[in-house]
Design a protein around this ligand. Structure first.
Ligand code: URA
Length: 458
């Protein structure tokens, strides 16, 4: 008896199927992911399929199939030789989110290997790689052999996506940024997890943002994304936890490139100040979970205490500087971070009335940061290392008319006016203080994620 070969696949059929509300199976997802990675499917067809998926949504099974197909579009990294558990943290994207620069060295200082594969700015959100490249010489493009050598030496390494790992995501991520197809739970899940699963991690801590600066602003959408990612990663064999965290205002004070690194290093030096306490708290919480998932603490709370000790004794800072040096970065810029900061143009935005900072449209603030020159309009454009915005007042703060609200650093003077106009529209000052929002919300583990997905009918 002969078994007939499956019919050949054609991209146009998969576009029509998704456009008309159909569901793709694992073979069809593998065809798309391989075609994206190899460049055999033209970008316009990939973009059309992405838009159909964005509009129609992806089922749980489709999301799992796409995630695995994208993971398998390239090679796999094996951290087993490092002799430690490998745990990474990934955020769904935010404004001023520089926790990676803290959690990677803190978890590494506590005995966990942190092979962190990060992205560039996407939409209104900043990119870890763009920020790191503001350090002169820092190499974000390492081969897997170099990556392993830095990990063996320092315990942590932060690099960009390589040609080898999940190459389908490199193509699809850049296309989504240009075609308005970022904010979809299935696509976000497949994008993030394909890279993480290809990195052979033992554990993963996900920071799922919610609020005005998140890709998925509504809490119920962020919860669904968190549960979806945990269930998908656990089904693929990686111990995963997701925390819902607040993005209704920028994290810390700085949003940009160099200014974010300088702020993170201030905390690694053990310094504390009111405007950046949220960044410290979230970083310690995430690092605590990483240390726990990496088997170096019995509970996330015990992990947090270890992370706090690594902050206090300077071991986190040491690992960070070692990692920068191992990736050819010039660590002397951290001797005088203010002296190194040389923006093209500076302007202070003052409060236009007295009252409480009641609301921040953090997505709009992210676009204001991008307009200073810190982000890019088109893929491949350079970003300005010294552009960005320092926010002086947080949500709920009382401000008086004329008090500095933000300091903007732009590439050129003429870029300041557009950024200032967006910023003024994005911040609402009112007579009454706003309702406080918790920085860290619900945590999803395998059990809670599965229960959530079952009860949500997915
Ligand atoms: N980060 C990613 O890597 N991918 C997304 O789609 C969103 C955030």
């Amino acid at each position: 008896m002969s078994v007939s070969a499956p019919a050949p696949l054609h991209t146009i059929d998969l576009i029509l199927k998704k456009r008309d509300g159909g569901r793709l199976d694992a073979r069809e997802m593998a065809f798309l992911a391989k075609g994206a990675a190899a460049g055999t499917i033209p970008e316009e067809q990939l973009a059309a399929w992405l838009m159909a998926a964005w509009l129609r949504g992806l089922s749980l099974d489709e999301t799992r199939a796409l995630t695995l197909a994208m993971r398998d579009s390239g090679e796999r990294f094996s951290p087993a030789r490092l002799g430690k558990k490998a745990v990474d943290k990934h955020s769904t994207g935010g404004v001023g989110d520089k926790t990676s620069f803290l959690v990677a060295p803190l978890a590494a200082a506590c005995g966990v290997a942190v092979p962190m594969i990060s992205g560039r700015a996407l939409g209104h959100t900043g990119g870890t790689l763009d920020k790191l490249e503001s350090i002169p010489g820092y190499r974000t493009a390492l081969t897997l052999t170099e990556f392993e050598a830095v990990l063996a030496k320092c315990g942590a390494s932060i690099i960009g996506q390589t040609r080898e790992l999940a190459p389908a995501d490199r193509v699809l991520y850049a296309l989504r940024d240009r075609t308005g197809t970022v904010e979809n739970p299935g696509l976000i899940c497949a994008s993030i997890l394909s890279k993480k699963l290809a990195a052979g991690l033992n554990g993963l801590v996900l920071d799922v943002k919610t609020g005005s600066g998140a890709f998925l602003r509504r809490r119920e959408d962020a919860e669904y994304l968190a549960a979806l990612m945990v269930a998908t990663a656990e089904a693929a064999g990686t111990r995963t936890v997701a925390l819902l965290t607040d993005m209704s205002q920028p994290l810390g004070q700085a949003a940009g490139n160099w200014i974010e690194l300088a702020e993170a290093v201030e905390l690694l030096r053990g310094q504390r100040r009111e405007g950046i306490e949220d960044l410290r708290e979230l970083s310690l919480t995430l690092a605590g979970w990483m240390i726990h998932v990496g088997g170096q603490a019995a509970t996330p709370e015990a992990g947090k205490a270890r992370a706090e000790a690594a902050l206090a004794d300077g071991s986190g800072l040491r690992v960070f500087l070692e990692m920068v040096a191992a990736q050819s970065g010039d660590t002397s810029v951290f001797d005088d971070p203010k002296g190194f900061h040389k923006p093209g143009a500076t302007e202070v935005v003052e409060a236009w009335e007295s009252g409480f900072v009641a609301e921040m449209d953090t997505t709009a603030l992210g676009w204001a940061v991008q307009r200073t020159g810190a982000g890019r309009e088109k893929a491949g454009e350079p970003v300005d290392a010294h552009a960005g915005i320092l926010f002086h007042a947080r949500r709920g703060a009382r401000v008086e008319k004329g008090q500095p609200l933000a300091t903007m650093y732009a590439t050129r003077t003429e870029m300041l006016s557009e950024a200032a106009a967006i910023l003024k529209q994005a911040v609402r000052i009112s007579e009454a203080p706003p309702r406080a929002v918790a920085l860290v919300g619900r945590a999803f583990t395998r059990e809670t994620a599965e229960t959530y997905l079952q009860s949500s009918g997915q």
